[in-house]
Design a binder for this molecule. Sequence first.
Ligand code: MOS
Length: 696
Amino acid sequence: MSIITKATGKAIGASLDRLDGPEKVSGTARYAYEHHFENAAYLSPVGATVAKGRVTQIDVSEAEALPGVIAVITNETAPKLADTSDRELAVLQSDEVAYRGQYVAAVVAETFEVARHAASLVRVSYDEEPQDAELRWDRDDLYAPEVVNPAFPTDTEEGDFDGAFASSAITLDETYTTPTEHNNPMEPHTTVAIWEGGDLTLYDSTQGVHAVRKTVAGVFGLDRERVRVVAPFVGGGFGSKGLPHANTILAALAAQMVEGIPIKFALTRQQMFTGVGYRTPTIQRVRLGADEDGHLTATAHDVVEQTARIKEFAEQTAVATRTMYATQTRRTTHRLAALDVPVPSWMRAPGEAPGMFALESAMDELAAKCGLDPIEFRIRNEPELDAETGLPYSSRNLVACLREGARRFGWEGRDPSPRTRQEGRWLVGTGVAASTYPVFRMPGSRARIRYEEDGRYAVEIGAMDIGTGTWTALAQISADALGVPIEAINLRIGDTNLPSASVQGGSSGINTWGSTIFEAARVFRERHGQNPSAGDEAEGKLPDNPEMENYAMHAFGAHFVEARVDEDTGEVRVPRMTSVFAAGNIINPKTARSQFLGGMTMGLSMALHEESMMDPRFGHIVNHDFAEYHIPTAADVGEMDISWIEEDDPLVNPMGAKGIGEIGIVGSAAAVANAVHHATGIRVRELPITPDKLLG
Ligand code: MOS
């Protein structure tokens, strides 16, 4: 028997404005840095200027002499942390330097300006050691991690790939690369830390208050109850705020040192390029084989990517290839190079975003070799079952997305030959690519519901809204779960004083927290009925979904892109993009559209703009600001046609909703590359597609 009950209310599916909109536009919504304290002090860090070695001496005399400076912290004066096993978080605990920019000191001062100036006066001497920060596929020290993020097998093998590939009628063997990219939410990583009487309070810009509490409590050896983390509003996350990084620890460490003085620490935009995670660069070899009819006989996806010597992060780049298409044989592998670099981490759709650029570019290339339309080629290789698990899909509507997208975009009648359409200097082409994202559910969330004096239901859960619309969507879900109008809901999220909930990541928020709220509502009604008294309350914890054992659960999508390439300059414009998604029931069409739009724009950005340039001689990201690290502005984004198909999937959760935060970016860079190829006849396999790659 299924434990799932379907929502019957009316709030889910309504295109509500954001409930937090008025607070945000009027400036009363408090972000981390905006929590004000009379006696606050400001922190500015000092970053290592070498990529590897030891600090031999730190001269703080000039910095300390500056009026307004309260303290200068170094590895010799910093309080000792209780747990230094996570070397990314072992801030100022030794003289060792493991990457360029790593914190080697910090200044606390009465103003931000004084702190920053004083930080520039701290003189640090190093014993520099040879460093190694260059990712290459032919390194002899590549290794296989035990698992790839978060817990997928590193390698998979189905059937005899080598034999099948060797005897395939049509084959493709190409290498695709994606660069390092840095998360740059509008709000930088920011913390206000207050240490008072053994209690630590953090106003932190994070994707998970409970995750920060757990980690920080462990690092400092505090009982979890002594650490409170507050984050009602967050100005974007994308993954870099999914885990606390060294900046949060440094703020807490400084607060401990000057107990009683609130410490404010906001990274500058340049500091965002060190130490808060980044998308690892990848080198991906894709081999595909097909028979004369365009059925895949062999698929291999072999990935080389980087991690840090001090802590492993293994991006799951080839994982989507395990589920996308039917193929007679399949092999996927991941290998890592451990370098003297900051620790890579999550960035919107880690794994799927770079991996599907390679696979969906390769599918476009092989379709052409097979003489098939790229949509028809994908439909021909649509699988019956999920090859990774052998399970049926709870719902899989990739084909419907491709067909609906083709209709909306006007794909029919497209001449498949490249470089056949020109308007003045502009070469015009169109491209398509598929998208997918798994339905993740994180363990361990709880929600509490209480009927209050004012006749409303307080729904309390330590969940997050990083700008995605959770405030509104969870209120809608709460209303339907309790069978009351949305006005009767008083949602509370973003504080560790609320019941423990998972990180906002992996597009798992609505699935996890919505299911938890449904369960809490069920318990509440069971205990207190339809007419509760003020003060009645109940808690529920995320129930198991037994259907996850029986079905593979993924969202799908299809992107269509028109690209125009200036024949003389190589400039690429994307005047329009059509994307269709199959992501289950949509909780709020208005906020959902923004999620898809943001993902698609980030994919466009990945295709054309974003690239963090590492100078391997210094282990330094050279273009560490918005003058040189390009992201799209409004003028770079053309018409974005966004829609979704009706998909009824009662198996995923009571809302029937799959995650939508990340699927927009997946495959979109490949759709751009495929359109650029169609326009120019030039296949760019190395992101981003900059003008130099399209000239000569
Ligand atoms: Mo997202 S990269 O799962 O925070």
